[in-house]
Design a binder for this molecule. Structure first.
Ligand SMILES: CC(C)(COP(=O)(O)OP(=O)(O)OC[C@H]1O[C@@H](n2cnc3c(N)ncnc32)[C@H](O)[C@@H]1OP(=O)(O)O)[C@@H](O)C(=O)NCCC(=O)NCCS
Length: 189
């Protein structure tokens, strides 16, 4: 990591709740992060597996999800002195100390410089401060590099699988017939 990149990670500000005005930028960030390019190689390190196409979300879907989940928080992360949102994450209590962490995304042009690790750690702190003790994440089964990345951050495969919603193209259009969600869990107490 370069000195500038290291400085970027250090000069982060705290997570903040996304306002309605932030939604278009969050949607753009998520769509580019999940499907798009890092500006150099044409794809991000975590999205090389071609398993879905189409947008990850839309402003309408994200607003609908927020209305339907009154206890969830869509958080954004800015870096001091840098324009735009650097990352975003969805956090939602599930009861009994469990929290769901989803939609973790780092701006495609700023990936692979340590920001994802920092954002994940800030999200864990945010959950811990609210009494959370376990974090649940679901990752599509074919994303082995991403599952490895979470494993190095302490997330473990609990052996649970959830079906992929074939026929509902809200998350994108599947390019394979063998997709499912792997549930990863980490204890944070
Ligand atoms: C997943 C994501 C949030 C990580 O953020 P990031 O800023 O890119 O991640 P970091 O810079 O902190 O870490 C980069 C990691 O990629 C690894 N990496 C880089 N290039 C790689 C490659 N070609 N193959 C495998 N791993 C690679 C690095 O080794 C590093 O992992 P390590 O620190 O454990 O060694 C970000 O890439 C992203 O937004 N991806 C698209 C959205 C997504 O899939 N989100 C997760 C949904 S569950």
């Amino acid at each position: 990591m370069s000195d500038i990149q290291k400085a970027n990670v250090q000069a982060s500000v705290e997570l903040a709740l996304a306002s309605d005005d932030d939604i278009p930028e969050v949607v753009r960030l998520m769509n580019l992060a999940y499907r798009g390019s890092d500006g150099d190689s044409g794809e991000g390190w975590s999205t090389r597996e071609k398993y879905l196409t189409g947008d990850r979300t839309t402003e309408k879907f994200l607003r609908d999800d927020l209305s339907a989940s009154p206890h969830a928080s869509l958080l954004i992360w800015r870096l001091e002195g840098q324009p735009g949102i650097a990352g975003s994450v969805w956090l939602e209590p599930q009861g009994d100390g469990n929290w769901y962490l989803g939609s973790l995304a780092v701006d495609s042009g700023r990936q692979n410089s340590g920001l994802g690790k920092k954002l994940l750690s800030l999200a864990e702190d945010w959950i811990r401060e609210r009494g959370g003790r376990r974090i649940n994440i679901t990752v599509i089964n074919v994303r082995e590099t991403l599952i490895g990345w979470y494993w190095r951050r302490g997330y473990r495969d609990m052996g649970e699988r959830e079906p992929f919603p074939y026929g509902d193209n809200r998350f994108g259009i599947p390019l394979r017939t063998d997709l499912c969600f792997v549930r990863l869990q980490k204890n944070i107490d």
